[in-house]
Design a protein around this ligand. Sequence first.
Ligand SMILES: *Cc1c(COP(=O)(O)O)cnc(C)c1O
Length: 371
Amino acid sequence: MMESRNSVVDFSSDSTKLPLSVLLQTQKDLVNYRGLGVSVLELHHRSPEFTEILDATKSTLRELLKIPENYKILFLQCGASGQFGAIPFNFIGLKEARCAEFVITGAWSAEAAEEARKLGKVKIVHPEQNAYTTIPDPSKWDLGPDSSYFYYCADDSVNGVAFHFIPDSKKTVLISDMSSNFLSKPLDVSRFGVIFAAGQKSLGCAGVTVVLVREDLLESALNACPIVLNYKLQAGSIANTPPCYSIYIMHLVLDWIKSNGGPEAMEQNSIAKSKLLYDVIEGSGEFYVCPVDVKCRSRMNVVFQVGGPAGNDSLEQIFLDKAAGVGMTSLKGHRSVGGICASLHNVTLEETQKLAEFMMSFKNEHHLSSD
Ligand SMILES: *Cc1c(COP(=O)(O)O)cnc(C)c1O
């Protein structure tokens, strides 16, 4: 859906390809913001001009996700990983037992659980898994009434495991890391206590993390919580200098999403794109293999092996080299899982189609030669 600027298509999960219209606006504002004779980079964070950007960003986000009035919207630094630490500081004290419940579906939820363990007890609600390829059966989760909150990662991007439903946390406060799929679909925010998302995956550029937090949960931060991580203080007034430029970029991206049909259109687009690749994988006679359970395959990060279920390192390398040769880069999976990972956050349907066609012709060449 985003306009392309050159022939290289980057399938990295780490950053966003920004719409051309956003970049052109940025180019203007960088030199002379609204004819004021100053750069948008130079705006004082308490100036009327920046305050206007901040307010507009919040109201567009509120409108796009129909965020109820009793939720605060925070724009923080420190990335999603910073919130892994901030969450227990702010919410582990909600119940006396100081226990947080987790579902672990990949590297990011595992890391968040380790951060929580520094400040309280962590209960993993399911038996340990050997590999992150599925969501452990929700009907068997061991949830208790004494836990402060229940945490999951909506799309654990490294492993390509995603929730296509909102888990039932049995009245415990529900917290989710949505860094990888925020705004990729409509969302019932009222089901959650806290949602957070790093900005660089689909909201703009690195430097800002969005936090949505229900107001009544803001009273339980531990005394030891640093000011910049304290959601109540951050929700009150400006506790420290916000990442102004990243917020400005997010403002433009949110406007772009709004004018392109909002979360509903983003969802149709991400379903269509990921289907193109999963269909090739399923129709490849196990030449390509996606290890992730069909019902929880990510629409953002399509993870697969080349050359059979066990993978084939040399064939994988040829795949990567040939793909790069025709302008498709950053397809190598995370070092902890190997294989291929095609992240689709910011590529168009046409660009995804190009990858699907490449995969089919690569299979035809190499399947035949190995017979
Ligand atoms: C990328 C990512 C993170 C890490 O984000 P940082 O801003 O680098 O800390 C955390 N969770 C998920 C789901 C991600 O995709």
